[in-house]
Design a protein around this ligand. Structure first.
Ligand code: GDP
Ligand code: MG
Length: 740
């Protein structure tokens, strides 16, 4: 099929208006890397599809112009089906964009150009940036950019986003196009029947002056494709004309169906691919014989995604991640704990005994310090996970999970939201819930949203790391892997349950894409790691600090009244007098000292039990006894609904308040090991409870928004907490039976 390229003079930019240039392209072709290189921003770059769902903006200065650069989500097409396509299309069709830099993977031009062609049909001024040229060169691929440029009638440049090669040139071309304001509309030959229909519709568009910001031919082509968005727009603008045009489309579609046995959509896509193949023929793209860029990736994949070895390797990799994290992290964690201990002792020395000292030492240092002491482990784990993401291995894990997912009524595209939520540890359900927007079926989206919170997000990690290390010693990495996997198992089981009861419906098809393996850049790994670590630290310094203070107050007030306090104080005073009367070397001193300490402990316990939080905890305690939780744990779990890190910080405060000797602050790990009622069974039960119970506040809000209903929020709280309780009780009882 042949094509004609037309130029028309519409669409000039008004003088003085700032330039707006969009970055468009398929997923994973390097748009965000290009965006970051231009703007100096640090948007998330990941070696798997579906990372950017929202558009991002940044400002660039180029040749005296101020340019607003927009990073669009990756799309293969400009139909308005998935969220990415809707976002990208809305921006491109808005009429506000003066030029587009179309980033394409130089090694996969044929597939990438489908989007390019659609933008040219819209009449957008496009610069084609053949990116990842370094990889293409290695694979022996040559692109004759001059010819491609002449044939398409647009500037074509080669780029390597990672080192900035060609980016300046691409921007110059884009700015030039944007200043010129010339609008060119690519006309693809769709065959006689369709062409006739297009001409007829164009005539109506011109006659009625419909939607003047779009090229008339684009309106016609999109209507032929059956585009629902545009149909709506036309119906709203002029119902009678819309009806007339839709009549034409139906007639032509009928012809195509009887004549070619094809749907209109496939016919049009075929014609576009035909155009692209014609374009790339005759030496525009050449590949040296015997070279194939996918060869290494393919060989690796034969092992890494093998049905048998793949999952085993995955488990080994995860085990190694936790092992390295715990082994290496223990040293810096010890330093942070020592520093917190020293800080506690320092404040205990300078602030006189009383509420203020207790607030600073037990409330703030005990609470926030407990969370901060996990920062080193979190940094190491995040770095390892960033490496897995950027190398392309994470996409393989998603690929293997995808096989399992269908069996449970979930979509292959659900895997990424799970992974983002912390499926491989250390994510967050909030971006995870937003990533469910890539799911087209509302039922599959809902099932994914409701089960996302079972993943091991970054906030739950300190709880798991704390308990695994304190009670399971050398087996800690195994325990971590098992807990993480249980999250997946429960997510899948609950999804299956939901999909066969309250959200029944058909599964929709999906093809999972595998990006090539890439050696991540050090910068990108460090950046990802830093982003998440900084978020963790920031949260510890703000939200967790606030919660710690509230929890401390809840555990301190109201105080014992004078009579109640006097019961202990009088005895302590009496014993102290006796003690002081004895000579330094008297054998009876030790016994007296012990009795005083015991009384102080009893007084502390009575104070805690009398406080608001203490009463609340004691009130709940009987219900959670079967799961092995005592009242302090219950309070920590309640606080954990605000933010999961608060489980650790609250236990930190509660147990250090119970610790009578502020001069000798012990890490939480040690306090728990020696606390009565704590055992392996308790630790296991608590880990499972934290894994499964109600999502935190912010996640709940996002789930409510994405699921579109308060009842799903209530469901998440009630169902998840009930499930967590049932699982913990079973785990605790089994644990007690097995370990004693
Ligand atoms: P997006 O999905 O289009 O936003 O793509 P990203 O910017 O997230 O990049 C996807 C992956 O390709 C990342 O691993 C990048 O480091 C890598 N990448 C981007 N540009 C290039 C390039 O020019 N050469 C090579 N070798 N890798 C690149
Ligand atoms: Mg991106």
């Amino acid at each position: 099929m042949s094509a004609v390229i037309q130029f028309d003079e519409a669409g000039r930019r008004a003088a003085g208006q700032p330039l707006r240039i969009a970055l468009a392209g398929n997923p994973n072709c390097g748009k965000t890397t290009v965006f970051n290189a231009y703007t100096g921003a640090r948007q998330h770059v990941g070696n798997y599809p579906g990372v950017t769902v929202d558009r991002k903006e940044g400002v660039v200065r180029h040749a005296g112009e101020s340019v607003t650069l927009v990073d669009l989500p990756g799309t293969y097409s400009l139909t308005a089906y998935s969220q990415e396509e809707i976002v990208a299309r809305a921006e491109l069709a808005s009429g506000k964009v003066q030029a587009v830099i179309d980033v394409v993977d130089a090694s996969a031009l044929e597939r990438n150009l489908l989007l390019t062609v659609q933008m040219l049909e819209m009449g957008l001024p496009v610069v084609l940036a053949c990116n990842m040229m370094d990889e293409a060169r290695k694979a022996g691929i040559h692109i004759d950019t001059d010819r491609l440029s002449r044939m398409l009638g647009i500037p074509v440049v080669t780029t390597v986003a990672r080192n900035g090669e060609g980016l300046k040139e691409a921007m110059s071309e884009a700015v030039r196009l944007a200043r010129d304001g010339g609008r060119r509309v690519l006309e693809i030959n769709y065959g006689a029947d369709v062409s006739e229909g297009i001409t007829a519709i164009e005539a109506i568009v011109a006659r009625e002056n419909l939607l003047p910001r779009y090229a008339p031919r684009w309106i016609a082509v999109k209507l032929m494709e059956g585009d629902p968005e545009l149909r709506q727009e036309l119906r709203a603008a002029n119902p009678t004309a819309a009806q007339e045009m839709e009549g034409i489309c139906r007639r032509v579609a009928e012809h195509i169906r009887t004549g070619h046995n094809l749907s209109m959509e496939s016919h049009i896509t075929d014609a576009r691919y035909g155009f692209i193949r014609g374009l790339l023929r005759d030496g525009v793209v050449r590949q040296d014989a015997g070279k194939d860029r996918l060869a290494i990736s393919d060989k690796l994949d034969r092992v890494l995604t093998n049905a048998f070895f793949g999952p085993l390797i995955m488990l080994a990799v995860l085990y190694a991640v936790f092992q390295v994290t715990i082994e290496i992290g223990a040293y810096p964690q010890g330093w942070v704990e020592d520093a917190c201990g020293a800080l506690g002792e320092f404040f205990a020395g300078v602030i006189p005994e009383g509420d203020l000292q207790s607030l600073v030492v037990d409330g703030i240092i005990g609470g926030v310090g407990g969370v901060l002491s996990f920062a080193p482990l979190i940094i190491i784990m995040f770095a390892l996970i960033a490496f897995m993401e950027d190398s392309g291995y994470m996409a393989r894990i998603a690929y293997m999970m995808d096989r399992v997912f269908r069996a449970f009524g979930l979509h292959g595209a659900s895997v990424m939201p799970y992974v983002i939520s912390g499926g491989i540890a250390g994510g967050c359900a909030i971006p995870g819930a937003m990533a469910t927007r890539t799911l087209r079926s509302p039922k599959e989206k809902l099932a994914t949203l409701l089960t996302l919170p079972y993943m091991s997000c970054g906030a739950k990690l300190p709880v798991f790391l704390l308990l695994a290390a304190a009670f399971f010693g050398d087996q800690a990495p195994t325990v971590m892997v098992l807990i993480m996997l249980s999250g997946w198992v429960f997510a899948l089981l609950v999804a299956r349950l939901l999909r066969s009861t309250i959200i029944k419906g058909e599964a929709t098809p999906f093809v999972m894409e595998l990006p090539p393996y890439r050696l991540p850049t050090l910068f990108s790994v460090l950046m990802h790691c830093w982003e998440r670590t900084w978020m963790y630290i920031k949260k510890a310094g703000t939200v967790i600090l606030a919660i710690s203070i509230i929890i401390w107050a809840g555990l301190t007030y109201p105080k014992l009244n004078e009579e109640e306090a006097a019961v202990f104080d009088d005895q302590i005073a009496a014993l102290t007098v006796q003690l002081e009367a004895l000579p330094e070397d008297d054998a009876a001193r030790a016994g007296l000292e012990e009795r005083i300490t015991k009384l102080e402990e009893d007084k502390g316990a009575a104070e805690l039990a009398n406080s608001v939080a203490g009463r609340l905890g004691k009130f709940i305690e009987p219900a959670t006894r079967p799961a092995g939780f005592e009242w302090r744990t219950d309070i920590a779990l309640l606080a954990g609904i605000a933010a999961k890190e608060a489980v650790v910080s609250t236990m930190g405060t509660a147990y250090s308040l119970g610790d009578v000797d502020p001069e000798d602050a012990k890490p939480l790990e040690v306090l728990l090991q020696t606390a009565p009622g704590w055992s392996k069974a308790t630790a296991l039960s608590l880990m499972l409870f934290v894994l499964l119970y109600s999502p935190c506040f912010v996640s709940l809000v996002v789930i409510q928004r994405e699921a579109g209903g308060w009842r799903w929020l209530v469901f998440s709280i009630v169902f998840n907490t009930a499930l967590a309780y049932a699982v913990s009780v079973v785990a605790y009882q089994i644990g007690v039976a097995v370990w004693g």
